[in-house]
Design a protein around this ligand. Sequence first.
Ligand code: KOT
Length: 826
Amino acid sequence: KTGNYPGRKVRMTEITAPKSPVTAEQFADEIREQLKYTQNVTPEQATAADVYVAASKAVRNHLADAWFKTQADTVNGDTKAVGYLSAEFLMGKQLENALLNAGLTEQFDAAVEALGFQPKDIVDAEYEPGLGNGGLGRLAACFIDSLASLGVPAFGYGIQYKYGIFKQTFDENGKQVETPDYWLTNEEPWGHIDYNRDQKVSFGGEVVEENGKKVWKPAWSVRAVPVDYLVPGYKSQRVNTLRLWTAKSYDEFDLLAFNKSEYLDAVKPQVKAENISKILYPEDSTKVGKELRLEQQYFFVSASLHDAIRVFYPGEAKPDLTTFPNKITFQLNDTHPVIGIPELMRILIDEYDYDWDTAWGITQKTFNYTCHTLLPEALEVWPASLIGELLPRHLEIIKKINEQFEDELKDKGVADETIERMRIYTGDAVRMAYLATYGGSHVNGVAELHSQLLKDVTLKDFSDAYPDKFTNVTNGVTPRRFIKLANPGLSDLITEGLGTDKWLSDLDLLQGLVPLAKDDEFVKKFAAVKQANKHSFVAFAKQHYGIDVDENTLFNTMVKRLHEYKRQSLKILLVISQYAALKKGEVSAEEILPRTVFFGAKAAPGYYLAKLTIELINNVSKVINNDPDVKGKLAVHMLPNYNIEMAQNLIPATELDEQISQAGKEASGTGNMKFALNGALTVGTLDGANVEIREKVGAENFFLFGMTVDEVEKLYADGYDPAKYYEADPRLKQAIELVANGTFSNGDRNAYAPLVADWLTKDWFMALADFSSYADIQAQIEKLYRDPLEWNRKALLNVANSGYFSSDRSMEDYLERIWHTGPLAD
Ligand code: KOT
């Protein structure tokens, strides 16, 4: 095989005629058959949950032939495949997406109606799998959707956690409460567990020398069993595979221990093994550093590498693995799978007898690394002692990689103190980002600004030594889920405006809407779609959260993980200052612009200030929403358990989106893209992909505020004193005083003291420094909103100019700049 990237932009060719067309009647029969033979209920007994499982299995059956053909073409053809190694895949609900991509939506709607159900009830019966934390996991899900839609052979490899990201509720004091998300309580029809394609993954023990060869004698092993999910491409007749590993024990039951009537000890090994895939770490953009986490990483990466060898060299005892990099290229989704680099070395040397240099050549060609952060504290560094205990052979290999690396740098003439800074193995720690950078062919950031900062700051020494390795691929989102499924009203209007629905596989076509922004009638239709989405969200909010929302207010949303750098604090301080102004009658009746502010955010369970911020938002919300003085003028809602389903409902209803991180801290953001594509205007800083969004949609269609990266750096260097900003802006001072004086804690001045102290003495992400410009820009926002036609014109231009942010385009960039492969031949 050769990497046969065609040397041109890969454009999706839609294959509209399904190979096995099915009528609604036939589809209804297929569902009845599933109900009868696999659910064992009659159509009369069937509940929505039964029909959901039956319909899902019927759809899966429709995809089977395309899946087999894609696998066969992948293994037998000459197109290099992509292996996307990711600890997280945040998929969202599957049924509706599979129907869309398979071209079966209409048949499904008619079929379930014939069975006496509402299609929406069936789709809603699915339980959302939460196998990711946020941006990084959702990006992986968008990427595999786009790869399948482009017809590129690809495997997603990850972990099928038994418990996904925790479910979030709030207690009566507004504190976050985490409950386990056991998403597999009921039958889950999408994953197929394949006991016959298992892999053995070993841990611990020691390395001995036998006949001049290093031999690893592990202490314990677990059985990695794959659970396969179909990844159907949109109208591509291609179905790729998402293979999520689950850990099983080899020693189901230790009879010896049992016979000694030590019953609890008898199940110990099983518990230890199965713990590996039990729970997703609820950490996002932070380092975890726990032993179990390293076990998880090695578990799925080792199983996946062996699986790829099994798939591409079936039945070969002595395969020629020098061809491995032509068969598959592995993308490391952040550092979580980076242990794959020493693991492939070990496989090649210990299991297949290659010499070091040959193994290194293969390994370096096989891997590429995507970095998703700039926060130094988020870069994974493992204690060497831990790696040595869990993976002694890998630690030896890492040390040798580091020796070779230092020699190479010396040969390049790199100064000793620079080499010292760059060491992969420091003597007591292993820096995974450095290992990934040296051990692979390419390193990319996820937005222009982020990639630039990686080269200039975070990985500067590496970029100086290996400038050609570094590149950028700006993130993207799938328009199938985040426009077509989330926003059918807008989708129909786009299709009407463009005269085609081809934009769903070529999002640059949205440009064709630009002239329509001059057409007042079209803009009014666009405004009507937004209003209808707001109306629907009001019903959704009532049903799911029991809250009353006034649809005739500005819908203003900030949804993302709770993190100091994202600056939810800045937003809540602004809301408090607006509340104070209303209370004091500082805003005249004509000046009042009624707003509803929506927050959605999970905080890592151990992240104290983040959790306190959630508590504050909840209590600000309580005070404001119950204050008759501001009724109809300002409302604040902290919506519990932000997830993909909420995103699909809230984003299309949002008019103003908040992307207000400190410049230089949000690597990219992908919510920002979803909002722009759904016709929200953004108020944001020059951070991450905001920079590119603003460039594309036009500065006049984006509310920019705040410091730039350079200004932030200068302020740090000059010595940042947040108290100065507190004293200088009475709006800010007032807001912080209200938090400090107990207004939102029934008079308790201690409740938010740690937050207040942090703001006034530390404020590492400079929310206070940006407050004034953020508050000032609100006048512009409100002025524009009072002119609905102009607001909606700008919102429409956001849609028209955001086609670049399709994950199809991201995939094209990876194919061209990093993977050097392309779609399967037809
Ligand atoms: C998590 C752990 C360690 C290092 C990085 C992360 C991480 C980064 N998790 N999520 N991210 C986000 O990734 C998104 C996709 O690239 C970005 O849009 C976002 O800015 C990151 O914060």
